[in-house]
Design a protein around this ligand. Sequence first.
Ligand SMILES: Cc1cc2nc3c(=O)[nH]c(=O)nc-3n(C[C@H](O)[C@H](O)[C@H](O)COP(=O)(O)OP(=O)(O)OC[C@H]3O[C@@H](n4cnc5c(N)ncnc54)[C@H](O)[C@@H]3O)c2cc1C
Length: 375
Amino acid sequence: MPNVSKVLIVGGGIGGLALSIGLRRAGIDVEIAEIKQQWTVYHVGIIAQSNLVRAMVGLGIADDCVAAGFPYQGLRFCDANGNVMNETPGVKLAGPNYPAFLGLTRPALHDVLFSASKKAGAQVHLGVSVAELRQSESKVAVRFTDGSGREYDFVVGGDGVHSQLRTMLFGDHLQPRFTGEGVWRYNVRRPPEIDYGSIYATSEGPKAGLIPLTRETAYIFQIGPEPGNPRFPKNELADIMRERLKPFGGTIGELARGITDPALVVYRPLESVLVPSPWYRGRVALIGDAAHSITPHLGQGAAQTVEDAVVLAEELQKNGPLQDSLQSFMRRRFERCKFILEASLQIGEWEMHPDPKADVGSLMGRVAQTVVQPL
Ligand SMILES: Cc1cc2nc3c(=O)[nH]c(=O)nc-3n(C[C@H](O)[C@H](O)[C@H](O)COP(=O)(O)OP(=O)(O)OC[C@H]3O[C@@H](n4cnc5c(N)ncnc54)[C@H](O)[C@@H]3O)c2cc1C
């Protein structure tokens, strides 16, 4: 018998939906409370690295994700003009039938996660959040923002970087901080030769990348300093993104000329927070960006989030005291996420303040060795 039988997940993002699939596969009843009235997932893409592909296999959704995305084999590191300096083939961690990397649009990933969650029997409440949580020895009583109330054996906050559950559990001192950088993204047509992920680096720090998403599309990103965390007028976003890409030539330089529709530019200031261990109080726990918001420098945020979901689902279905499962969850997750989060922040620091002693290759190598470890 699993040590919980009815779980509430707050937040129907990547982590919340992934956890719902894992728990339903173990026969645990799941409800999801998602604050959005309807699903709105912004249109640019996500890089699923091999450890995320492995976690997708664990949830039984990898084939659908592969069918919805663009599998590719590795990364090319280029200078600002697109001359290839170094090529790193990825590791097929999920086995020979699955790719080392998978580019996916975020809506495509959401569709796979949501339909698997629904098919597995998770119940979703849209437009609802938690107004109050009260824990007793054996239950969590939840009052929702629509006035309804129910009891659960366990509650999980998968409500993202600005998590309300994190504040409810730990107070408001653990807030995400702006790291000093921002990311610009735009979908473009995929040139046929772009069947690898490409990262372009300037010697001054900012980077750009081109990632295949489908047979027809790819996305361009630019990451670099945005001093003072500016807010940009919406109608100027395309002009500003083209300006940010001016130092880059090669294929990205050519494709950048096609960035013309400000409504299709997605800009995000980077924010990060790490909740110290443990990420739970009693019968309420955090996963994903709510616990550890990893900046995109290593393309590991969603990967670590889905790994959280896989591990928590495994732990919650064990026999034995819940506390043992939660301690085991933290043993398996905390140091790994902390190391990757700190490595991401370090790479961002080096982009903002170039340091001749910086050894990005060695740090990325240590991250690569970490993520291939079993969960
Ligand atoms: C620019 C950028 C690029 C990235 N690229 C990559 C990449 O290539 N590869 C990768 O692995 N990771 C990437 N990431 C990281 C990845 O997007 C996150 O780590 C991942 O989305 C975290 O999932 P989550 O479920 O914890 O949070 P989210 O995906 O943010 O989901 C949170 C959900 O909770 C809901 N919610 C919020 N508040 C409440 C509330 N009070 N009540 C109920 N529901 C609520 C939200 O509406 C949302 O649906 C990137 C991040 C950024 C910023």
